[in-house]
Design a protein around this ligand. Sequence first.
Ligand SMILES: *[C@@H]1O[C@H](CO)[C@@H](O)[C@H](O)[C@H]1NC(C)=O
Ligand SMILES: *[C@@H]1O[C@H](CO)[C@@H](O)[C@H](O)[C@H]1NC(C)=O
Ligand SMILES: *[C@@H]1O[C@H](CO)[C@@H](O)[C@H](O)[C@H]1NC(C)=O
Ligand SMILES: *[C@@H]1O[C@H](CO)[C@@H](O)[C@H](O)[C@H]1NC(C)=O
Ligand SMILES: *[C@@H]1O[C@H](CO)[C@@H](O)[C@H](O)[C@H]1NC(C)=O
Ligand SMILES: *[C@@H]1O[C@H](CO)[C@@H](O)[C@H](O)[C@H]1NC(C)=O
Ligand SMILES: *[C@@H]1O[C@H](CO)[C@@H](O)[C@H](O)[C@H]1NC(C)=O
Ligand SMILES: *[C@@H]1O[C@H](CO)[C@@H](O)[C@H](O)[C@H]1NC(C)=O
Ligand SMILES: *[C@@H]1O[C@H](CO)[C@@H](O)[C@H](O)[C@H]1NC(C)=O
Ligand SMILES: *[C@@H]1O[C@H](CO)[C@@H](O)[C@H](O)[C@H]1NC(C)=O
Ligand SMILES: *[C@@H]1O[C@H](CO)[C@@H](O)[C@H](O)[C@H]1NC(C)=O
Length: 867
Amino acid sequence: MLWLVFFLAAHPVEAQAAAYSNQTSPNPVVNLTDAYSPPFYPSPWMDGTGPGWSEAYAKAQAFVSQLTLLEKVNLTTGVGWEGEACVGNVGSIPRLGFPSLCMQDSPLGVRFADYVSAFPAGGTIAASWDRGEFYRRGYQMGAEHAGKGVDVQLGPVVGPIGRNPKGGRNWEGFSPDPVLSGIAIAETVRGIQDAGVIACTKHFILNEQEHFRSPGPFEDFGEVDAISSNVDDKTLHELYLWPFADAVRAGTGSIMCSYNKINNSQACQNSYMQNYILKGELGFQGFIMSDWDAQHGGVASTFAGLDMTMPGDTDFDSGDSFWGPNMTISVLNGTLPEWRLDDAATRIMAAYYYVGRDKKSVPTNFNSWSKDTYGYQHAFAQTEYTIINQHVDVRAEHYASIRVAAAKSTVLLKNNGVLPLTGKEKLTAVFGDDAGENQYGPNGCTDRGCDNGTLAMGWGSGTADFPYLITPLEAIKSEIVKTGGNIQSVTDNWAYTQITALAKQASVSIVFVNADSGEGYITVDGNAGDRNNLTLWQDGEALIKNVTASSNNTIVVIHSVGPVLVNSFYDSPNISAIIWAGIPGQESGNAIADVLYGRVNPGGKLPFTIGSDASEYGPDLIYTPTNGHASPQDDFVEGVFIDYRIFDKKNITPIYEFGFGLSYTTFSYSNLNVVKVPAGPYTPASGTTKAAPRLGNFSTNPADYQWPANLTYVNKYIYPYLNSTDLKEASNDPEYGNEVTWPKGVTDGSPQPRIAAGGGLGGNPQLYDILFSVTATITNDGKVPGDEVAQLYISLGGPDEPVVALRNFERLSIQPGQGATFTADITRRDLSNWDTVTQNWVITNHTKTIHVGSSSRVLPLSATLDL
Ligand SMILES: *[C@@H]1O[C@H](CO)[C@@H](O)[C@H](O)[C@H]1NC(C)=O
Ligand SMILES: *[C@@H]1O[C@H](CO)[C@@H](O)[C@H](O)[C@H]1NC(C)=O
Ligand SMILES: *[C@@H]1O[C@H](CO)[C@@H](O)[C@H](O)[C@H]1NC(C)=O
Ligand SMILES: *[C@@H]1O[C@H](CO)[C@@H](O)[C@H](O)[C@H]1NC(C)=O
Ligand SMILES: *[C@@H]1O[C@H](CO)[C@@H](O)[C@H](O)[C@H]1NC(C)=O
Ligand SMILES: *[C@@H]1O[C@H](CO)[C@@H](O)[C@H](O)[C@H]1NC(C)=O
Ligand SMILES: *[C@@H]1O[C@H](CO)[C@@H](O)[C@H](O)[C@H]1NC(C)=O
Ligand SMILES: *[C@@H]1O[C@H](CO)[C@@H](O)[C@H](O)[C@H]1NC(C)=O
Ligand SMILES: *[C@@H]1O[C@H](CO)[C@@H](O)[C@H](O)[C@H]1NC(C)=O
Ligand SMILES: *[C@@H]1O[C@H](CO)[C@@H](O)[C@H](O)[C@H]1NC(C)=O
Ligand SMILES: *[C@@H]1O[C@H](CO)[C@@H](O)[C@H](O)[C@H]1NC(C)=O
C-alpha cells in the first residue's frame, strides 16, 4: 500500500503544472524528451452528433433530468471490487427501479461465467481478414453477454495495438496494422452493440506493455511510478489513434482509459487525450470508463473527461473512492460544475439507449466470484446469501461459427505439397504438449495462467472459461479412426527416446508447439505478462529438431499469441508444412483438422510479420526501471514504423511478411482499374458548440446528502452519501481544499470553438469521403475452390513515409478457373497525413501510388493516383 501514498501526493502537482499552459491551442509534442501533455479544458459535453445518437441523447437527457445529485453520482461510480455480481457495477437508482449497470470482461467471451463460449482471440480472428467473421463474432459475443445480463462488454481491444510483439496483451487486440485493426474493431463494435450490449473499446491509449503499466512495487527495487508512453502527434494520429477513430465512428458506447501515462500525464486524467482528442476531435459520444484502479485523482479526472470510475474504490476494497461521496462533495463545495456530472451521466445513459438496453435486457443471472448456485451477492462483504448463479446456457449454436472462424483464421506458411492430408496415411504421429489436454483441465489454471496442454487463449482478464476445449490430438484421432488408419502420439516434449522411436515409424509427423503471454498480474514461466523472448515455449525448437531428425515429413503447427521466431527450423527439408493457428478458442482441434484434412482450404493471412530476430521489430519493451522510482520514459522514437513498416524501412527481409498466407490453390492478379470519385473539398469544422446543458436543480445543503437511516450498509461498498455535514470531514481527504488553482477553463460551460479536424464521429466527416474506387481481378488458377484476401496498400510519397501502408482488403471465395472482382474504396483519410502545424489532415503534394496484391511484399498491380 506504500505506493498509494506516493501517488496521491504526486497527483496535485500534475494538476497545478497544467494551470500555466495555453488551453486553446494544444502544443503537440514533437520532442519526446521530457514529453509533456498539454492541458485542454473544458471537457466537451455530449451533443448527440452522429447516426442514432441524437435519439439516444434525447432519451438520456430526459432520464438524467429527473435524477437527484446522489443518483447521478451513483451512475458514475462503481460500488467497489467484488461488491456485486460483475467485475464492475455502478450504483443503482432504486427510486426509479433502475438496476445497477454490469460491466464484464472479456474481449473473447463472457469471463467468470459458465455455459458460455470461448471465441478465437482478437489477434487470431484478425488473421481471417474477413469483415463478416469480425461482425459475426462480435454479435455472438454480444448476445452471450446480453443473455447473462451484462450491460457493458469490456472489449474489443485496439490498445495495445502491438507496437512490439512481446507485449503481453497484444493478442487481445487485432493487429499492429491500424487499418486491419480499425476495420476489425468497427465490425466487432457493430456486432456487439447490434446484439444489445454496450461495447467498451479499450485501452485508451498507448498501453503497449505490461511491465510498469501501473504504479507499484517492482521486485526488490521498490516503488516505480507508471510508465509514460511518449508519442509525437503525427504518430499518435496516423497509427495508435486510427483504430480508435474507427471504433468511435462505429458508435462504440464506451471507451476505457488505460493504466499508463501518456506524455507524462496519467491516461484517465489526461485532458489532452480525453477532452481534446477523444471527445473533441473524434466527437466520441459515449462515456469514458477507467480501467480497474487506473483512476488516480478525483476532481482532476472529472475535469479531464472521465465519466465512470471502475471498480469505484481508490484501491481494491479500500472503502474509499475518488468519486462517490467525493463527487457529491465536489459539486456541493462548488468545485465541480453540475453540467460536468450531468454530461457524464448523460453519456452513460445515451450509450444505454443507443444499443437498446431500455427495450431488451435481462437481470444479471451469474456471479463472477463463485460458480456455486447459492452464495453471497456481495462477495467481498460476504453478505446477502441468495441464488447467485442461474447457470443460464447462452451459447446457442455459436460453436459452429467458432469452428468456421478459427479455420478461416488459420494461416498456411509453408507447404511442399503434403497438405491437405488424406487421412489414409499409414501412420500418423502427433507430438507435443500443445496437442493435448491440460492435465488440470482447460480452465484448471486461474485466468489461464499456465502453459499446459494445447494453447487456445492467452492469460489474464481477457479470457473466458472454456465450455470444452477440443484438442488437436482428439480431433486428429477421430479423423484417423474414421478412415481406419493408425495414430500414435507423444505429448511429453522431453520424452526424446519415445519421440525418436515414433518419428522413425511415422508416415507423417504433426508437431504442435506454442508461445504464450498475458496480463501482468500473472507470471508464467518467468514471463510477467509480456513475453521475455519470441522463441517457442516448452523447448519447442528442440522438440521439432528431435522429430525432424527421424521424420522427413513433418508438419509444424504453431499456437501462439503473436509472432514467433521460426528461423531455426522453417527451411528444414524435413519440414513439409508449417501452419500458424493462433489461439483459436474452444474448437481448436476441429478447426485445425478441417484445415489439415482439406475440408477447409486455408485462406488466412498473417496479421503481423514473422522476422528472424526480436531486435528487428524496433525498440524493445522496458523490463527494468530506467528512471529511478519515477515513470520509466518509453519514447516511441520509431514513430509510425512498427511491424512491416520497420522491416520495409530498414530493408530487412522477413521470413513471412505481414499479409502472407498460402492456399491449397494459387491466385493471380490482373486488371487494376482506378476510378476517381467526385468529392467536395475538405473543409475544417468551424463555429462553436452550444453551451453545456444543465439538467435539473439540486439542494446545496449538505444535510440533504447524509446516509439514509434505513440503509443496509454493505461493508466497503461505495455509496454517494456523506457521513458528516462538514464537507471536509465527510471527504476524509487530508488534501481537501488544497488545490492552489485549477487549469484554466475547467468549469467553463459556455459555447466552445469546434476543433477543425473534428465535427463528426471519428473526426471530420469529410475524412471519410471516397476519393477513388479501385477494382482488380483475382483468378483462382488451381484445381480447388479457395479464399484469397486481396490487399490494397498505398505509398503516400514523402521522405519519411512507410514504403507501403495497408488501406483496404477483401476476402474473396473463388471457384477454380474463375475470376472474382476485388473492390476497394480509398477515402480522403486513406490519402492524408496528419499535419502538426494546422492540426488537421492534409493530402501532401507527394505522388500517391496504390498497390494491390496478396501480401505486403507481393504487390503485382500498381497505379499512380491522379489527385
Ligand atoms: C495560446 O498560444 C498562442 C500561441 O502561442 C497565443 O497566440 C495565444 O494568445 C495563447 N492563448 C492563451 C489563451 O493563452
Ligand atoms: C528535446 O528536449 C530536450 C529537453 O527539453 C532538449 O535537451 C533537446 O535539445 C530537445 N531536442 C530537440 C531535437 O529539440
Ligand atoms: C446508490 O446505489 C446503491 C447500490 O445500488 C443503492 O443501495 C442506493 O440506494 C443508491 N442510492 C441512491 C440515492 O439511489
Ligand atoms: C476522497 O478522496 C480522497 C482521495 O482524493 C480519499 O483519500 C478519501 O478517502 C475519499 N473520501 C471518501 C469518503 O471516500
Ligand atoms: C503445468 O503448469 C505449471 C504451472 O505453469 C508448470 O509449472 C508445469 O511445468 C506445467 N506442466 C507441464 C507438463 O507443462
Ligand atoms: C523464451 O521463453 C520461453 C518461455 O518462458 C522459454 O521456455 C524459452 O526457453 C525462452 N527462450 C530462450 C532462448 O531463452
Ligand atoms: C533430441 O533432443 C535432445 C535434446 O536437445 C538431444 O540431446 C538429442 O540428441 C536429440 N535426439 C535427436 C535424435 O535429435
Ligand atoms: C521421406 O523418405 C522416404 C524414404 O526415403 C521417401 O520415400 C519419401 O518420399 C520421403 N518423403 C518426403 C516428404 O520427403
Ligand atoms: C428509507 O428512507 C427513505 C427516506 O425516509 C425512504 O424514502 C425510503 O423509502 C426508505 N427505504 C426503505 C428501503 O425503507
Ligand atoms: C466517516 O467520516 C469519518 C471522519 O471523516 C471517517 O473517519 C470515516 O472513515 C467515515 N466513514 C465512512 C463510512 O465513510
Ligand atoms: C471540493 O471537494 C473535492 C472532493 O472532496 C475536494 O477534492 C476539493 O479539494 C474540494 N475543494 C474545495 C475548494 O474545498
